[in-house]
Design a protein around this ligand. Structure first.
Ligand code: FUL
Ligand code: CA
Length: 693
């Protein structure tokens, strides 16, 4: 017996030795085939749509009348066409958001399209969208929130089965689903209780119906949240992470861990960056001028797809049931920019040499690095964890982007690399980074050289590099920036060198003959300013930028601020970069408040609260508020508005609240009732504004 097993062992060892140079052993956690296909998609669309679209809310309460859901001209083919033309590979829709409203006529809810006014209750958004995706060759995915503020069973054990039934409907009736998006949010339902989610039941249900669906959550198992809603993955980004003992939502790994992954993580759970093309996830008229600029989208793309993550870009559908022209125009401009950037891979002209390669494995060679195919690769021999790739050009080439790809089906390996270029007879380092993964894009200064070297300085196992690409991205003419100071003076600036800035104040798009901006001008009562940057005597122009402004705080004074009277002026200085905070004194706990004298009686239609942004937590951002208006600054009466800023913790952007009817008064008071972060004692405000228009 002993002899026999020794003999078998000897055979295994010798056959391994014979194959040592040809078979490349996988390293660490590995992607499934479905995860590999998913990673190749890179860029796809998110659509937030539902009752919130009609109420101007980020988080609905679940008690909205379902009849308010009534798009007048819904056209899912327009959504799919837009996604396709934008270069996206799929669409994920909010089949059910936290308010519980189902975009399909679920048998397990009475809060659905069936109860809405749309198509007399005969419509089904999932049916229309899945058909449109099929028509346009796009993959179809669904977001379903387990948090349900409408369902009567929510908060009881029965609800988990209700949710499973809904999943079965959505995943069983609309064809293949490439991604199931699970939101970890876990708030109270209609009976005031929170649900204990049965995640393994949910995940098993998804995989039974759609075995190759990628399940998104804070901890996967298919892909993970990147830890912010800004579209930024870590510069170091591992597709591996430890998930044992964690749960989606409050029990998730830290935001930093989600952002960077973990080098020796046990599971393959790559990052996905979810971010909205405009402020807020749902459509609002108020954000039509808050569509991200080309420069912002480019930064997001480079920080997501360019950092080993997929990009899920939200394009909210409006009240007609269509994508708004401001969003689609920007998406098309962005597509053109990407096409122009990645048109010509200069590396394909290079003579490629490498320090080391697998001698007896012809499938693995240096030419694979520049064949434009990320399934073919170059590899060093086993145990060689360093290596250099040199591209030599017969004529010097000019570039400002380098794209690197690792062959990840056998594991993510590279820990450190540098890029060097030949300059005055020697190599000079121009970039030093950590991980590569599926794709790494580096923006570099405009560089002209005849030799480029990529040095893999350290890897967890022999590096497998599938692509080295070089590109010359066109210069992007930056969009102008419009600002107004506390006194109401408007200034327009632009990051590009020497542009001519032209603007209008009547809402029309500026042309080259529109007034030229030369110095700040006064607009204390507010209005609309539209600006555009021109170069080459008007031949080239940036996209237009629009700013809608309300009354400026020139006459305002702080009347009272608890905890932090000294810096309270920063809440009303027309500068989002400065803020008022009550301070971190643990004894001074919630509620907190700020009172302001507007200096004149105004008819107020609402207010806006901009939270203070800081990556370091405990920012004093508050979730629940009450807002009062008074004529004498003494008698405040009942709040004019009270409620919560939906999703402010994950997405701390400017919150716009409109009153049911205008209220006149000279004094305003905002009370912070509950922090966004449970452990916060302080409250803070970067900017408080009133709406008079
Ligand atoms: C979050 C939600 O609370 C937001 O409303 C939005 O749907 C975003 C994509 O996920 O967790
Ligand atoms: Ca290749």
């Amino acid at each position: 017996m002993k002899k026999l097993s020794l003999f078998i062992t000897a055979c295994v060892i010798s056959s391994l030795a014979a194959n040592a140079q040809t078979v490349i052993k996988p390293y660490g956690a590995l992607p499934t085939k479905a995860q590999q296909n998913w990673q190749d998609m890179e860029y796809y669309m998110f659509i937030h749509f539902g009752p919130n679209t009609f109420t101007d809310r980020e988080w609905g309460q679940g008690n909205e009348d379902p009849r308010i859901f009534n798009p007048t001209a819904l056209d899912a083919r327009q959504w799919a066409r837009t996604a396709k033309l934008a270069g996206m590979k799929g669409i994920i829709i909010t089949a059910k958001h936290h308010d519980g409203f189902c975009l399909w006529p679920s048998k397990y809810s009475t809060h659905t399209v069936r109860e809405s006014a749309w198509k007399n209750g005969k419509g089904d958004v999932l049916k229309e969208l899945s058909a449109a995706c099929k028509e346009y060759g796009l993959k179809f995915g669904v977001y379903l929130s387990p948090w349900d503020r409408n369902h009567p069973a929510y908060g009881t054990p029965e609800y988990n089965q209700v949710f499973v039934n809904m999943l079965n409907e959505v995943l069983g009736n609309y064809g293949p689903v490439f991604e199931q998006w699970f939101d970890g949010a876990n708030g109270e339902g209609p009976n005031g209780k929170k649900q204990v989610y049965d995640w393994s039941l949910f995940n098993n249900t998804v995989l039974r119906k759609q075995p190759s669906a990628i399940i998104f959550s804070d901890i996967g198992p298919g892909c993970r949240w990147v830890g912010n809603e800004d579209g930024f993955a870590g510069t170091t980004n591992w597709s591996t992470i430890n998930i044992a003992g964690y749960e989606p939502g409050k029990k998730a790994p830290s935001l930093t861990t989600l952002n960077t992954g973990q080098e020796d993580g046990e599971k393959w759970v790559p990052a996905e960056c979810d971010v909205s093309v405009r402020a807020g996830w749902f459509y609002s008229d108020a954000t039509n001028d808050k569509v991200k600029s080309l420069a912002e989208l480019l930064e997001i793309y480079n920080a997501s797809v360019g950092r080993n993550s997929n990009l899920l870009l939200n394009v909210p559908v409006d009240r007609r049931g269509r994508i708004h022209a401001n969003d689609s125009t920007r998406l098309m401009e962005f597509r053109r920019l990407l096409d122009e950037t990645y048109k010509t891979n200069l590396a394909r002209k290079a003579k490629v040499s490498v320090t080391d390669t697998r001698k007896d494995n012809p499938a693995v060679n240096a030419r694979n690095l520049v064949d434009g195919n990320n399934k073919t690769y170059w590899a060093t021999p086993d145990n060689v964890t360093q290596g250099a790739i040199t591209l030599e050009f017969p004529q010097p080439v000019s570039f400002n982007r380098i794209v690197l790809q690792e062959y990840t089906p056998l594991g993510q390996r590279v820990k450190a690399f540098t890029v060097e270029v030949w300059e005055n007879g020697a190599f000079k380092e121009i970039a030093k980074e950590t991980t590569i993964g599926h794709k790494r894009i580096l923006r570099l200064p405009n560089t002209t050289t005849s030799k480029v070297k990529v040095l893999v300085a350290d890897a967890k196992a022999c590096p497998l590099i599938s692509e080295v690409q070089l590109y010359q991205a066109p210069d992007l003419l930056a969009s102008p920036e419009i600002k107004r100071d506390r006194e109401g003076m408007v200034s327009i600036s632009c990051a590009s060198p020497d542009p001519e800035l032209h603007y209008t104040t009547d809402g029309t798009e500026p042309v080259f003959s529109s007034p030229r901006y030369t110095q700040p001008f006064a607009l204390p009562q507010g209005g609309v300013v539209t600006a555009k940057a021109f170069v080459d005597n008007g031949k080239k122009a940036s996209p237009a930028v629009i700013a809608h402004m309300d009354i400026s705080p020139a006459k305002w004074k702080v009347l009272f601020a608890d905890g932090g009277q000294d810096n309270a002026g920063r809440a009303i200085d027309a500068n989002e970069g400065s803020y008022w905070s009550t301070g971190h004194n643990a004894s001074a706990s919630y509620p907190h408040e700020l009172q302001v004298d507007l200096g004149e009686t105004l008819s107020l239609k609402g207010f806006a609260y901009t939270p203070h942004r800081d990556v370091h937590g405990n920012t004093g951002t508050f979730y629940k508020y009450a807002f009062y208006v008074s004529n004498d600054g003494k008698e405040w009466g009942q709040p004019v508005s009270a409620g919560a800023f939906g999703n402010i913790r994950n997405n701390p952007i400017r919150q716009v609240i409109r009153f049911n009817a205008p209220v006149s008064g000279r004094y305003i008071r905002i009370v912070a009732l509950e922090p966004a972060e449970e452990t916060d004692h302080n409250a803070s405000i970067a900017e408080l504004e009133v709406l008079t228009k």
